[in-house]
Design a protein around this ligand. Structure first.
Ligand code: NAD
Length: 250
């Protein structure tokens, strides 16, 4: 039997790489997409059953090419994990249009373009889309005017896809990670932000890449066959709480 094939964007490191590894453990073949070829090539070379494609998900021509290269390689697409993302934080007053566009291009346009291009192949397999948003898309915070808005849009885009592709058996779900110590997060999380997250999270810690991958792979799998249009916060409880947690702990 042909192995199931997943496309994971932003697969060179962080949550995308952990998701690739868990899918491989579960028997999938994986197309690893990342625009950072220098990081992608060595990690792909050390893995079997992968195809490395150094494309930019915000470029429509490159996205069309990555879908046709995937179909040439595996003949099928069973899951699309839209994980590639960028984080640029700053006050509203300092958010230039260039910064706004850089964030939207990858975080929102990229998810739209890849989902659009993969839709026909996903209909053939009755496959799944898993989008990676953020707790910043669920609750507003300072410095995230572009990032938080892009992620809120990804949450809604997920529901649009679930609504329209459901009749073809294609599911679309969204995972909202809490903080994970990846290169993306560590570039924008100051010590103050790290301390504030620990205070605000019931589980009192950051998550791991693997903990996120477990949720993503569940939603991509047949085990979630009756789940679509859902938003799962894998965030240590951050989204579920209000004020007063540190005081109650004390
Ligand atoms: P990361 O920076 O470690 O990995 C992201 C990868 O995406 C990188 O390898 C990068 O080269 C790639 N990428 C970026 N833009 C791209 C593009 N246009 N085309 C192709 N590849 C591109 O980040 P991560 O922390 O693993 O983040 C993965 C996802 O999880 C992102 O969508 C991020 O917004 C989200 N997220 C992360 C956290 C966290 O705390 N780490 C929290 C919430 C949400």
């Amino acid at each position: 039997m042909t192995r199931k094939c997943a496309i994971v964007t932003g697969a060179a490191r962080g949550i995308g790489l952990a998701t690739t590894d868990l899918l491989l453990e579960q028997g999938w073949q994986v197309v690893m997409v990342d625009r950072d070829a220098s990081e992608l090539t060595p990690v792909a070379e050390s893995r079997e059953r992968v195809l490395a494609l150094p494309h930019d998900v915000s470029n429509p021509q490159e996205v069309n090419r990555l879908i046709s290269q995937t179909l040439d390689w595996s003949g099928r697409i069973d899951a699309l994990v839209n994980n590639a993302g960028v984080a640029e934080f700053g006050p509203i007053a300092d958010c230039t249009f260039d910064m706004w566009r850089r964030v939207m291009e990858t975080n929102l346009d990229g998810v739209f373009l890849c989902s659009q291009a993969a839709a026909d192949a996903l209909k053939e397999t009755r496959g799944a889309i898993v989008n990676i948003a953020s707790i910043s898309g669920l609750r507003a915070s300072t410095l995230r005017v572009a990032y938080g808005t892009s992620k809120a849009a990804v949450i809604h885009l997920t529901k649009q896809y679930a609504a329209e592709l459901g009749e073809f058996g294609v599911r679309a779900n969204c995972v909202c990670p809490g903080p994970v110590r990846t290169k993306l997060a560590m570039a924008v999380h100051t010590q103050d932000i790290i301390d504030a997250y620990h205070d605000a999270i019931p589980l009192n810690r950051y998550g791991s890449e693997r903990e996120l991958a477990e949720v993503i792979c569940f939603l991509a799998s047949e085990k979630a066959s009756y789940v679509t249009g859902q938003v799962v916060a894998a965030d240590g409880g951050f989204d579920s709480t209000g004020v007063g947690l540190p005081a109650l702990r004390g």
